[in-house]
Design a protein around this ligand. Structure first.
Ligand SMILES: *Cc1c(COP(=O)(O)O)cnc(C)c1O
Length: 394
């Protein structure tokens, strides 16, 4: 049974501050009013800062997948070649979306838990110079992998005319992502991960190059609700708006959450905080004698995937952690179910939540008979957090 006191440490949705939640209880306003337009404009401007782009940004009512769909459906028509490296559940989703629009998908399967190498993209583009879109997931939430997106962007630009579509749903706000500098044509985010807003909004950035492609595809594109030209037309009106009724309360919440990131904590501090927390979680887990799932050197800064040790059952581990210590962590997806667990450390959480989670994990492992000395993991995390947090500008 869900309990209000449970601590949610999964890789999205993430806990939402009561200040952000309270925004949602404000009276509903007309989405065609000047007042709503102001909120929309503020949200778009703050999203541009977080995406670090001078290009366009749109906010769609729908989950993150809505904008993955928008990125593909607006730029791809039947028979177009789309290159998708697959190394987890979310990169697989790009394959499924592209196929659903009749694209000729070049699927490059990597072992789950391995990082994507820019050289692989280079080789694939040389073999297939007519690829029109390369779709990549930055932070593969299902495996805890973080890919070198700057280097990948460089290769795409050097080797081809392809658009660079990048899913940053579980990293934007908690990792160093620079849409313009990295040459990302369409970047996709979601409200419920590092942006610490309830689920239900998706964001997409659109570059000049992407607009040229969208124009070129004209009416060969197959989308209605997600037609980015409609979003652009509406946002460029004298009183900017969205084409269809947006989730008004979610926009109230988003404005409050983004204001915190941009104007209170600061984006740089938020990124640094996520880096420190991920370092603390990884180091603590290793100290406990557990093994990380992702390839070393490419670990996510927002979610840590850990192999479940011999003799421990996933159900017991996560079940006890929840029932006895009130901390909820995530299991593995698809073939990793029962083999790994995942700790989400993203969004508006503080060192308090990170330390509680590590402590609960240690106690749970001890309860289940795992050979562990209590306090080793938590001690390591304390060390990293106490020195790390001093480096964050106040
Ligand atoms: C959560 C997530 C998604 C899917 O988002 P939904 O909001 O569930 O549609 C896509 N990609 C990544 C990397 C994610 O972490």
């Amino acid at each position: 049974m869900w309990d209000e006191r449970d601590l949610l440490m999964i890789p999205g949705p993430t806990p939402v501050s009561s200040k952000v939640l309270r925004e949602m209880s404000k009276p509903i306003m007309s989405h065609r009013s000047k007042d709503f337009s102001e909120i929309l404009k503020e949200c778009v401007e703050m999203m541009k800062e977080i995406f670090r782009t001078k290009g366009d940004v749109f906010i769609v009512t729908g989950s993150g997948t809505a904008c993955m769909d928008a990125a593909i459906s607006n730029t791809v028509s039947e028979g177009d070649k789309v290159l998708v490296p697959v190394y987890g559940k979310f990169s697989q989703r790009f394959v499924d979306i592209a196929k659903s629009y009749g694209a000729d998908v070049i699927e490059v399967k990597l072992e789950w838990g391995k990082a994507l190498r820019p050289d692989l993209i280079r080789d694939m583009l040389r073999e297939n110079p007519d690829v029109e879109v390369v779709a990549v997931v930055h932070n593969e939430t299902s495996t805890g992998i973080r890919n070198p997106i700057r280097e990948i962007g460089k290769v795409i630009r050097e080797e081809s005319e392809a658009l660079y579509v990048l899913d940053v749903i579980s990293s934007l706000g908690g990792d160093d992502i620079r849409v313009d500098d990295f040459g990302i044509d369409l970047a996709i985010a979601g409200s419920q991960k590092c942006l610490a807003t309830p689920p239900g909004l998706a964001m997409i950035s659109v570059s000049e190059r992407a607009w040229e492609r969208i124009e070129e595809k004209g009416n060969r594109r197959r989308t209605y609700y997600l037609d980015l030209k409609r979003y652009k037309g509406s946002l460029e009106k004298e009183v900017p708006e969205t084409p269809y009724t947006p989730s008004v309360p979610l926009f109230y919440a988003l404005r409050e959450a983004l204001d915190y990131i941009v104007n209170v904590e600061g984006l740089e501090n938020s990124i640094k905080r996520h880096e420190i927390f991920s370092d603390a979680v990884r180091s603590a887990v290793r100290e406990m004698g557990l093994e990380l799932f992702p390839e070393r050197g490419y670990e996510s800064r927002t979610v840590t995937a850990v192999k479940i040790p011999e003799g421990i059952e996933d159900k017991e581990l996560r079940g006890r952690m929840r029932s006895k210590y009130r901390v909820i962590i995530a299991g593995g997806q698809d073939h990793l179910s029962g083999k790994i667990f995942r700790i989400g450390h993203m969004g508006s959480i503080t060192e308090r939540e990170v330390l509680i989670t590590i402590s609960a994990l240690e106690m749970t492992l001890k309860d289940l008979g795992f050979d562990i000395e209590l306090g080793k993991g938590i001690g390591k995390a304390e060390e990293i957090i106490s020195t790390g947090m001093d480096q964050i500008a106040k």
